[in-house]
Design a protein around this ligand. Structure first.
Ligand code: PMP
Length: 311
């Protein structure tokens, strides 16, 4: 694997990648009390830009506020920290901000609740996978399994709107099992058996009325989800946030997932059966292409979604 020559923002200072560490007994590592957010970085028409940076930082603050994690920075400080981290790390495509309790604690409630913040910028393929010539880090289309054993994030435990590390544990193990069965991804249901979301993405379907996606009280408020809803409106495609059953997914004309890392990701099989003809549908393609264009900075209507970091 490559040696990663990146520099990481740690509480306002830059440290080498290899020094961006916490102790094994750090409270957040032991208890899952780490809040985070994940952004994409693009080489756009006018320079290097982070997609909807302010919205992602605002979501991190929402996570901290839902959980009661006492973050001591302002949103403006962290927006600037993110921009500076990207400036100092040329060629990155991803940006991850983590807020955690780094102190060594033995009890559940920390004696030292100081929240430390780390901002890492990297390219997944060259820095993490160690691949020199990127080949695309995920498949073009998804084979989805409807997960029936593990229920989605419960509001009475950790609300789905909080992007907390501990909220990913059960979905991670469920997806791992599904991978072993040959699926790419799972979709989780809520306690009533309605569609909620995938472990790290939101879900949409296309039916005769247009687009439909599960309502906000059931899911993480994905920035890509919000972008697709706004984009659909601009393209004259109706979109409803509404409860959806597994049968609605099965009978949909098209299904796709959305997230920062995959953009718009076409689902072509569900539980082994093809969705419609089993290939990417026209509405999915249109939204995928439109979002890609916005990320390149070539759609003036949505240029405000790009936060340019160049001086
Ligand atoms: N749901 C969950 C649970 C997620 O972790 C993510 C990834 N952040 C998403 C949805 C998609 O959110 P976004 O479009 O902001 O990446």
């Amino acid at each position: 694997m490559n040696r990663v020559e990146r520099t990481v923002w740690r509480d306002g200072e830059f440290v080498p990648w290899d020094n961006a560490n916490v102790h094994i007994l750090a409270q957040s590592l032991q208890r899952g009390s780490l809040a985070f957010d994940f952004m994409s970085v693009h080489q756009a028409q006018l320079g290097v830009a982070v997609f909807r940076l302010e919205d992602h930082v605002a979501r991190l603050f929402k996570t901290c506020s839902i959980m009661g994690l006492p973050i001591a920075y302002s949103q403006a400080e962290l927006v600037e920290g993110c921009a500076e981290t990207v400036r100092r790390n040329p060629g990155v495509t991803s940006l991850k901000i983590s807020a955690l309790i780094p102190s060594i604690e033995a009890e559940l409630v920390p004696r030292n609740p100081r929240v430390g913040v780390f901002i890492c910028a990297y390219d997944y393929e060259s820095d993490i996978l160690g691949i020199e010539e990127p080949a695309g880090s995920h498949r073009e289309t998804v084979s989805l399994k409807v997960e029936r054993e593990i229920v989605n994030r419960r509001p009475d435990i950790i609300p789905p709107q909080a992007k907390m590390a501990a909220n990913y544990t059960s979905a991670m193990f469920a997806k791992w099992r599904a991978r072993e069965e040959g699926f790419d991804e799972i979709v989780l249901l809520d306690g009533d058996g309605a569609i909620a979301e995938a472990p790290t993405s939101n879900i949409f379907l296309v039916n005769a009325e247009g687009l439909a996606t599960p309502p906000e009280d059931k899911v993480l408020h994905g920035i890509t989800r919000a972008s697709v809803i706004e984009l659909a409106d601009a393209l004259g495609i109706a979109c409803h946030a509404t409860d959806l059953a597994v049968d609605d997914l099965r009978s949909a004309r098209e299904v796709f997932l959305t997230s920062t890392s995959v953009g718009v990701w076409p689902v072509v099989r569900i539980d082994g059966r093809p969705v419609s003809s089993g290939s990417t549908g026209p509405v999915t393609s249109r939204l995928k292409d439109a979002l890609a264009e916005i990320s390149r900075g070539t759609d003036p209507k949505f240029e405000h979604w790009l936060h340019y970091v160049s001086d």
